[in-house]
Design a protein around this ligand. Structure first.
Ligand code: ADE
Ligand code: ZN
Length: 324
């Protein structure tokens, strides 16, 4: 299953570009843009990454994003991820970004799109990665702000393949975002949402029934609800599972206790991704290696995860067949 470099060719369907900001680049951008950090030692900054839950991570993650100021910053961030992803075997990347964070920092959408799209073009041409952007709404800012963000992004629709929903989950259910997801669907955009990461199975039900999502991001708490497992299986809804993220954010006490085997046993279309690799100790290859080792997955099971990732990608069937 592995190729000559020892990596699994795969699609990465759940990665936040802001979560790929390694502390070395964080320090370089802080110096470039005169932004204050708690330390300018990359190792010391990484030492601060000890999380107890999703919010404890989000607090640091959002604060760090103050260093992203110019189109060149977004380009450097995007290209650094794509370079690392190519080495990890990624052939297709569907990349989340959080424009509301950057708008709140005074950065226009044109700067964000300009830098990221230039990086994606470069990745396509020089690294052999097919990549597209998915705009995520921050659920803690609510539905009206999400709608305003989608409206502001309409001039950039040709640089997007879909919308997503991220940030603090509990207390911000999918039902708050029905209008913006309906509008995104009418604009021809794909729809995904984080659900069942910290929130219960009801969040996953809502994401499916009220937002019409085509994939569920995380969805690990789905295993608590047999009826939901049946719905996910019957509707063939893929789940983008990020094991090292779930351990770091204590969504699962240990990797051994992760519900991945139960999800596979339930016949779900599971894919593996890295979420925020600069914070959670590993890229997609590290996540794949960790679950292979922890659950003694067979070569056939690893091949199935890779096939699932391309099957679940937002690509025309003819293009998927090139990878599967
Ligand atoms: N934003 C970045 N990473 C996230 C995660 N794991 N859950 C929700 N929002 C996020
Ligand atoms: Zn995520």
């Amino acid at each position: 299953m592995t190729n000559r470099q020892g990596v699994w060719p795969t699609a990465e369907l759940h990665v936040h570009i802001e979560g790929t900001l390694e502390t070395e680049l964080l320090v370089a951008l802080a110096r470039r843009n005169n932004v204050e950090l708690p330390s300018y030692d990359p190792d010391a900054l990484r030492e601060l990454y000890r999380f107890t839950d999703l919010q404890s991570f989000l607090d640091i993650y959002y604060a760090n994003l103050a260093v992203l100021r110019t189109e060149a910053d977004f380009y450097d961030l995007g290209l650094a991820y794509l370079t690392r992803a190519a080495a990890a075997g990624v052939r297709r990347a569907e990349i989340f970004f959080d424009p509301q964070t950057h708008l709140a920092n005074g950065i226009p959408l044109a700067v964000v799109f300009g830098g990221l799209t230039r990086a994606l073009n470069e990745g396509r041409e020089n690294l052999g990665i097919s990549a597209d952007l998915i705009l995520c709404f921050l659920r803690h800012l609510g539905g009206a702000e999400a709608l305003a963000t989608l409206d502001a992004a309409i001039p950039y629709l040709d640089q997007l393949i879909g919308v997503g929903l991220d940030s603090a989950e509990v207390g911000f259910p999918p039902s708050l975002f029905t209008e913006v997801f309906a509008k995104a669907a009418a604009l021809g955009l794909h729809r995904v949402a984080h659900a069942g990461e910290e929130g219960g199975p009801d969040y996953v039900h809502e994401a499916l029934d009220l937002l019409g999502v085509e994939r569920v991001d995380h969805g690990i708490r789905s295993v608590e609800d047999d009826h939901l497992l049946e719905v996910l299986r019957e509707r063939r809804i893929p789940l983008t599972v990020c094991p090292l993220s779930n351990v770091c954010l204590q969504a699962t006490p240990t990797l051994a206790a992760h519900p991945l085997p139960a999800m596979l046993d339930a016949g779900l279309i599971v894919t593996i991704s890295s979420d925020d690799p600069a914070y959670f100790g590993g890229y997609i290859d590290d996540n794949l290696a960790a679950v292979q080792q922890e659950f003694a997955l067979s070569p056939e099971q690893m091949a199935q995860l890779a096939r699932n990732s391309f099957q679940a990608a937002f690509l025309p069937d003819a293009e998927k067949r090139r990878y599967i």
